[in-house]
Design a protein around this ligand. Sequence first.
Ligand code: FES
Length: 163
Amino acid sequence: MMKMSRRRFLQASATTALLASTGGAHALVAPSLPYPRKRVANIRDLKEDQPILFSYPDDASPAILVKLGREAFGGIGPQRDIVAFSSLCTHQGCPVSYEKKRFICKCHYSMFDPAKNGQTYQGHASEWLPQIILRYEPRTGDIYAEGVEGLIWGRASNLIAKK
Ligand code: FES
């Protein structure tokens, strides 16, 4: 049986409760911190399995947006298959890349499942990859980042206080 941290257990419980209340639609809980709203791409820019790099919630936080081609937890868009994650590995902060429907960290070969909230399933990383909460505007096709689920590697808080 897979080990799950207390934080992930609580997140999973909240997600399960939300799914039950939304009739099974995959959605993430709105963040309570004051995250910025950032336009990441337009749905017309996306092609299946061709990731788009961006940064969120600030310029020091690299992230990856990808259209998986299959429904994903927290996925948005007509097929609920568009997801985004921090691209810093939760083990020691190496960059992860998207290959063959998974995120892989080549420092110590941790792997994360983008269809399952960034769940780690191989390697040294024990924490899931932080998922960027996205919003899709059907009228324009724009995709916005609006929060982060999970702590970005190397940070005490995802939001750095401005000086
Ligand atoms: S830094 Fe990614 S597995 Fe070690």
